[in-house]
Design a protein around this ligand. Structure first.
Ligand SMILES: Nc1ncnc2c1ncn2[C@@H]1O[C@H](COP(=O)(O)OP(=O)(O)OP(=O)(O)O)[C@@H](O)[C@H]1O
Length: 421
């Protein structure tokens, strides 16, 4: 069990706002002097910090764990204009968490010579409670489904196979141009939708030695979500009317559901069998595994220390503070293939036979009978799995084709303009 990691990042202030700011930061605490308002977090970054520092606080570990098969989710939360997009996407002069994670991901994979990887990416937005695929503009109003095999997933969402950071960032750029952005009084380029950038990491052992291990045919599949939420906003401050007002109300409603989900989880509702309203918004439904589920999760809470936004900042910090009390249980997502099961069975049969050969005494009649029965059952099971394996080989041939297509065959990668072999 591990709790959600929460960092706070304060955006730079104008010299005027600096003079009147009521907030003080000391180590991992943020407070208003002579006031009961005080919060503590895993880490607090002041206005002079760089995104790389925020990235290294926790996201870097989550990326590393994702390569080892653990799901990971990082999201930026905060009021409009607090610096969420600046943190997640970055700018021309300062890369954001997403490009930093993408470069790290490829670097870690290159160094892992024992496994072969297949990476896919998807990019979606939730706009006015509708899910749109940012990689395929005509894929709109996508639906969320759940199955035993795939868990919660967005049906019809494009998952593009990717082989280099540049390819990922190009696709992201393409998606960005389709994302809903609008001007408000508070932000010239305000995100009007929540976006979920996702990397799906599949890997398996490279070992070709038949007997070396039983896990070499096991496939690990993990999902890394990097989420840029739209900001909570007050119509009076943003000056929203018409379309902007409708967007704002959808944004606030889904963020409110996120707040309720976090509140319920922080009160232990789920472990006590209580209701957690994941289904009340698309955002919480998609992020369900990251909220109290099977994932390493981090929240970057973006705030402003300006006097005029003190109420909104306090409300963001209250949300973040509750999130500190939510625990997740991340585990390696490993699918044991039939080939791996067969190897396991083969070993068992050999052990049973060896036991049978060693059991000659007449007093051991019943034990020998039991061993024979177990051996028979194991051999039947082995035959069944062998049949299934035939089917699976076809799937594996498809895997090889995909790896080949992704340009990863023979560990050949292009990274930062350099070809690695
Ligand atoms: N740490 C920072 N350093 C420099 N500039 C920043 C920083 N944080 C935010 N900004 C600037 O402030 C403006 C608003 O930031 P941004 O668009 O990231 O806010 P946001 O929280 O994503 O807003 P919205 O919810 O409306 O989309 C941008 O011009 C951005 O470049």
């Amino acid at each position: 069990m591990e709790r959600i990691h929460v960092t706070v990042r304060a955006r730079p202030l104008s010299p005027e706002d600096e003079k009147t700011s009521p907030w003080r930061i000391s180590g991992n605490s943020i407070f208003i002097p002579n006031h009961s308002t005080k919060f503590e977090f895993d880490q607090i970054f002041g206005e002079e910090c760089k995104t790389i520092n925020v990235y290294q606080a926790r996201t870097k570990d989550i990326v590393q764990a994702a390569v080892r098969g653990f799901n990971g989710t990082v999201f930026a939360y905060g009021q409009t204009n607090s610096g969420k997009t600046h943190t997640m996407r970055g700018s021309g002069t300062e890369p954001g968490v997403i490009p930093l994670a993408v470069h790290d991901l490829f670097q870690i994979i290159q160094q892992d010579v024992d496994r072969e990887f297949l990476l896919r990416m998807s990019y979606m937005e939730i706009y006015n409670e509708e899910i749109n695929d940012l990689l395929v503009p005509e894929h709109r109003k996508l639906q969320i489904h759940e199955s035993l095999e795939r868990g919660i997933y967005v049906a019809g969402l494009r998952e593009e196979i990717v082989a280099s950071p540049e390819q990922v960032l190009d696709l992201m750029q393409f998606g960005e141009s389709r994302r809903h952005i609008g001007e408000t009084n508070m932000n010239l380029y305000s995100s009007r939708s929540h976006t979920i950038f996702r990397m799906i990491i599949e890997s398996r052992d490279r070992s070709e030695d038949e007997d070396s291990c039983t896990s070499c045919d096991a496939v690990r599949v993990s999902v890394l979500n990097l989420v840029d939420l739209a900001g909570s906003e007050r119509a009076a401050k943003t000056g929203a009317e018409g379309v902007r007002l409708k967007e704002g109300s959808h944004i606030n409603k889904s963020l409110m559901t996120l707040g309720t989900v976090i509140k319920k989880l922080s009160e232990g509702a789920e472990s006590q069998g209580g209701h957690v309203p994941y289904r009340d918004s698309k955002l919480t439904r998609i992020l369900q595994p990251a909220l109290g589920g099977n994932a390493n999760t981090a929240i970057i809470c973006n705030i402003t220390l300006a006097q005029i936004h003190a109420d909104e900042t306090k409300s963001s910090l209250q949300f973040a503070s509750r999130a500190l009390r939510v625990t997740n249980c991340a585990r390696v997502n490993e699918i044991l293939t039939d080939a791996a099961l067969l190897k396991r069975q083969k070993k068992e049969i050999e052990e049973l036979r060896a036991k049978l050969q060693g059991s000659h005494s007449e007093h051991l009649g019943e034990e020998i009978l039991n061993l024979r029965n177990t051996l028979l059952q194991t051999e039947l099971e082995r035959e069944r799995i062998a049949l299934e394996l035939e089917e699976e080989k076809k799937t594996q041939a498809e895997w090889q084709k995909r790896v080949q297509r992704a340009g990863q065959k023979n560990r050949k990668f292009e990274f930062n303009g350099v070809v690695f072999k």
